[in-house]
Design a protein around this ligand. Structure first.
Ligand SMILES: NC(=O)C1=CN([C@@H]2O[C@H](COP(=O)(O)OP(=O)(O)OC[C@H]3O[C@@H](n4cnc5c(N)ncnc54)[C@H](OP(=O)(O)O)[C@@H]3O)[C@@H](O)[C@H]2O)C=CC1
Ligand SMILES: CCCCCCCCCCCCCCCC(=O)OCC(=O)COP(=O)(O)O
Length: 307
């Protein structure tokens, strides 16, 4: 009996490893020719997603507030071309401010006019925040929520009926590790990302029987302009490249992971190192310890500011 255990364990580990390898090798559905809308495509992760999805043959609709910066991306990606192996397409652009809900419905109409339908919507645009709650204007709390939450959900709800009608489509949202754990001095940002996680989890459940997948992607720090563009408690721009941002993941790596998640129709993806990943588990499994660690982090940061 004892002699049979070892081979059984070895065989089980072997099967598990094989399963892991097969999971990694999965490529999923192609995005060749798919109509992919990317918000916040003028910089950072959105711009890298534009590069990656363009190279994979997607027909892009790039969105942002700044027409000139979007045109730079279009110029860089180039016109229609076919190299025998893959056809790529010149992107279209739609310029609008996600924080102005009235402009979002009009923008959705414009987006639909580009190709008549949308296959994948990537809600990527967002803004971060730095400040303590005591000194933060209520208007800042609302503004961050408009850009990061109400904007993306308005665009999603405006494009969803055409997806439901076609029984085809895929909704993706770039949330953050801070959609799963709340860290000090990020109230507006973490709250907007927690709301995002909740809304798109509800949407996934509601769209399940209609065959429209919903993917929530939660990255850790990425090397972009997010901290430079962040808003502070009085509404001014933070304007600093934080060390955490500067030492974050390469946006090209994150963009490739976004493409993979779209191809595999993944439901929920965390793209972060061991610390944030452990913190996410700790928040659920040992909340008392997590809260202690966050309080200590807040004290340290306050001391640093006071010095
Ligand atoms: N960088 C990081 O460490 C992390 C980032 N993320 C998330 O990744 C996403 C992309 O951010 P990232 O690339 O890092 O930051 P960037 O600041 O480089 O890019 C943000 C993009 O969002 C667009 N944007 C901002 N406000 C609005 C608005 N009101 N209306 C329309 N577009 C807007 C900007 O376009 P423009 O100004 O041209 O209008 C810009 O293209 C965000 O949702 C962010 O929360 C998640 C985890 C970590
Ligand atoms: C290996 C043992 C680890 C023990 C775990 C201790 C808990 C450590 C706390 C870790 C907190 C991680 C916070 C990560 C935040 C993050 O990645 O945010 C991503 C962003 O959205 C960045 O936006 P920001 O504007 O804050 O730069």
């Amino acid at each position: 009996m004892g002699g049979a255990v070892l081979p059984l364990v070895i065989a089980s580990v072997g099967v598990l490893l094989l399963f892991q390898i097969l999971l990694r090798l999965r490529r999923g559905a192609s995005v060749q020719g798919a109509v992919v809308v990317i918000t916040g495509a003028s910089s950072g992760l959105g711009r890298e997603c534009a590069r990656v999805f363009h190279a994979a043959g997607a027909r892009l609709v790039l969105c942002g507030r700044d027409a000139a910066r979007l045109q730079e991306v279009v110029q860089e990606l180039g016109g229609n071309s076919a190299d025998g192996r893959r056809q790529t397409f010149a992107p279209s652009t739609v310029v609008f401010d996600l924080a102005r809900v009235d402009s979002v419905a009009k923008a959705a109409e414009e987006i639909l006019k580009c190709y008549g339908h949308v296959d994948v919507l990537i809600n990527n645009a967002g803004i971060s925040y730095r400040g303590n709650i005591l000194d933060t204007h209520m208007s800042v709390q609302r503004d961050v929520m408009e850009t990061n939450y109400f904007g993306p959900i308005s665009l999603t709800q405006a494009l969803l009926p055409s997806m439901v009608q076609r029984r085809r489509g895929h909704i993706v949202v770039i949330s953050s590790v801070q959609g799963k754990i709340a860290i000090p001095y990020r109230s507006a940002y973490a709250a907007s990302k927690h709301a995002t996680q909740a809304y798109f989890d509800c949407l996934r459940a509601e769209m399940g029987h209609l065959g429209i997948p919903v993917t929530v992607i939660s990255p850790g720090y990425i090397r972009t302009n997010l901290s430079v563009n962040a808003v502070t408690g009085d509404g001014s721009t933070y304007g600093v490249v934080d060390k955490t941002t500067a030492s974050g993941w390469d946006p090209r790596v994150v963009a490739r992971a976004v493409l993979k998640a779209v191809r595999l129709k993944s439901k929920d993806v965390v793209l972060a190192g061991p610390q944030p990943t452990v913190a996410i588990y700790l928040r659920t499994l040992w909340p008392a310890l997590f809260f202690k660690l966050m309080a200590s982090r807040a004290r340290k940061e306050q001391r640093r500011k006071d010095e």
